[in-house]
Write a new protein. Structure first.
Lengths: 406, 121, 94
């Protein structure tokens, strides 16, 4: 019974923790520009993250080592160094985008000078991360992020043409660079590497053992799948509210407007609350992800389960990441623009993490009886192809569409 | 426990070092062998530290690597751990002594002195 | 946004902050249209576009100043709707 309860709580936290600023931006724009015709890209991204996260969670549970640790061990110094540099850079940009996003949401709620709110957001996040235990952090942001379920309710309330919505879930193609850009963006927003580094290290933080393999599977499959429903809801709401008047949402406020159209002030407040905690939780994941990868690369002690003085370089690492993100956001750079670059660059770097994870997950000498079975291998290889295609197309599409503007 | 030479790269190099108290304390960044010409080489020690990294980088990056990560000065950016100090080899290399006794805790000690000033650290 | 404000379905801080973002965007577009060199044949539609952008920004600013005035919001909503249609027609002719 306790196990079922634990699984249920984990799933709820995963739902609320699934959406970050990347999904908020890309899914809203996808719905506004293409109505429901990009819906099929969401399950493609979600299945990808389920496969990726389940593999890395399984690797961590069986070996006691998180994915980056294993990459360092099995792929050697040079591959790990390239992966480290790429992921630290992308993490930092993403962290800045999330912090900036949190500040914008706070401003929409309280109308205070944004510089002050950026500082407030960073200080609040640092204090929460420093003083609250790991499990508490996951639950706080995960549960409150579930306020975004207002978009699922709104999607139903706005009475879309369900026949068209269903058609949108079947793969289709428009021969436009902008459409292709959003396919990459929607898939990329779901498949961000920082989430996998966090999930995998989180398995060690939560002290998962072999008996927790089912918990890993449930969290990954149910949690991310249900989180994907949030992404679908964002596209449907945007499609209903913004497509007809040809609004191209370039602000988080516009995304929130979608929920307001369905439920007025209550919808707006739930949307903003959900965004704040989803984006705040993502910021924490980013900062930790960076600190995990750095510590695991160098072999330092790491983990929130350690006291700060017992993992001092790890502690200083995530503090410094927050400080750097603060500096970046205070320059006035638009978090929505940062998000677009962060997601696209993440997609480019994705094969660097995914391929080692796949090779290790299917390695029987390393994983024993818990290595990938036939189905896991088949889906794993299929997704490698998808990831490579998306990764190669990302930068050219970013340039040709001028970041989704044309 | 002495792994055969085929296993050293696969099972030992780049592995996480864990001391007798279960604390992570670096990685196996290089291996040291004894033995002169004509003699059977014998694994004598682990070398751990960023000072060894530049030697494993592509030739064009070695100078920059040495400048950034260290040149391999024993006791500074590289620590030598005698092979006799290695206990179990599983997914990590378990050492028989504490990290502080083996000289592997220098970096953490420096950072810890700063972090200890934080509340509830 | 104007429609929700007119029906009392929004939050004042949201109108003020998001409204400021949108009005700044409109202002920015007006400035870009004004500053960029333009072919003589496009002079008239560009001037119409600049006027539209300024008018849109102005209406949004009115709502931001008096978000409690639902009648004002209703009038602004009608005007904004009209200007949106004009902007779309203008874009289609170019």
């Amino acid at each position: 019974m306790k196990k079922i309860f634990e699984i249920a709580l984990g799933i709820i936290a995963a739902i609320g923790g699934f959406v970050d600023i990347g999904e908020l931006v890309f899914n809203t724009q996808a719905g506004a520009d293409f109505r429901y015709t990009l819906l099929w890209a969401v399950p493609v991204g979600v299945i990808g993250i389920v496969v990726f996260a389940e593999m890395t969670g399984r690797i961590a549970t069986v070996s006691g080592l998180p994915i980056f640790d294993v990459v360092r061990m099995r792929m050697g110094l040079n591959v790990a160094l390239v992966t480290l540099v790429a992921s630290l850079l992308i993490n930092l940009i993403t962290l800045a985008a999330e912090v900036g996003g949190a500040a914008i949401v706070l401003q929409l709620l309280f109308d205070v000078n944004v510089s002050t709110l950026i500082l407030l957001a960073v200080v609040a996040l640092v204090l929460i991360v420093y003083f609250v235990p790991f499990g508490g952090i996951e639950r706080l942001f995960g549960y409150l992020g579930c306020a975004l379920l207002v978009y699922v309710a709104a999607a139903i309330h706005l009475k879309p043409d369900w026949h068209q919505v269903a058609s949108g879930l079947l793969p289709s193609w428009h021969s436009s660079a902008l459409y292709a850009y959003f396919v990459v963006g929607v898939i990329g927003a779901a498949l961000v590497p920082y989430e996998v580094y966090f999930y995998s290290s989180g398995a060690i933080e939560d002290r998962w053992k072999i008996g927790d393999l089912n918990l890993n599977r449930a969290n990954a499959i149910l949690g991310f799948t249900l989180g994907g429903i949030l992404s679908i809801a964002l596209i449907v709401v945007a499609g209903e509210v913004f497509f007809a008047p040809q609004v191209h949402p370039g602000y988080l406020g516009t995304t929130a407007l979608g929920a307001e159209r369905a439920y007025g002030e209550a919808g707006l407040l739930l949307a903003l609350l959900g965004m704040l905690f989803a984006v705040g939780g993502a910021a924490v994941e980013c900062a930790f992800s960076g600190a995990y990868t750095l510590a695991q690369f160098a072999g330092w002690e790491w983990g929130k389960y350690r006291r700060p003085r017992d993992a001092p370089r790890f502690t200083l690492a995530w503090l410094i990441f927050f400080a750097l993100a603060f500096v970046i956001v205070e320059t006035g750079v638009d978090p929505v623009v940062l998000t677009e670059y962060a997601v696209i660059l993440s997609v480019v770097a994705l094969p660097l993490t995914y391929l080692p994870a796949l090779l290790i997950a299917r390695d029987k000498t390393f994983m024993g009886e818990h290595a990938n079975g036939i189905l896991a291998n088949a889906v794993g290889w299929l997704y490698l192809v998808i990831i490579l295609v998306v990764s190669v197309a990302a930068i050219p599409l970013l340039l040709v569409t001028d970041g989704g503007a044309v | 426990m002495t792994p055969d030479h085929l296993d050293l790269v696969y099972r030992v190099l780049d592995d996480q070092l864990v001391d007798v108290d279960g604390r992570r304390c670096g990685r196996v960044d290089d291996l040291e062998f004894d033995g002169g010409p004509g003699e059977q080489p014998r694994l004598s020690a682990i070398l751990s530290g960023s000072g060894m990294w530049h030697r494993r980088m592509p030739r064009v990056l070695r100078t920059a690597g040495a400048r950034i990560f260290g040149t391999g000065v024993l006791g500074e950016d590289v620590i030598r751990v005698p092979w006799e100090q290695v206990g179990d080899i599983t997914s990590t290399l378990r050492l028989k002594a504490k990290a502080t006794e083996l000289g592997l805790a220098q970096g953490e000690e420096g950072a810890a002195r700063f972090v200890r000033k934080f509340p509830k650290s | 946004m104007a429609d929700d404000l007119a029906r009392g379905r929004s939050k004042i801080t949201f109108i003020r902050v998001h409204g400021a973002e949108l009005s700044a965007q409109a202002q920015h577009e007006a400035e870009k249209l004004n500053d960029d060199p333009v072919a003589p044949s496009l002079k008239s539609p560009i001037e119409s576009a600049i006027t539209l952008a300024s008018d849109i920004g102005g209406a949004i600013d009115e709502m931001r100043v008096s978000p409690q005035d639902r009648q004002q919001a209703r009038e602004d909503e009608a005007k904004l709707h009209d200007w949106a249609l004009k902007a779309r027609k203008l874009a289609e002719t170019l």
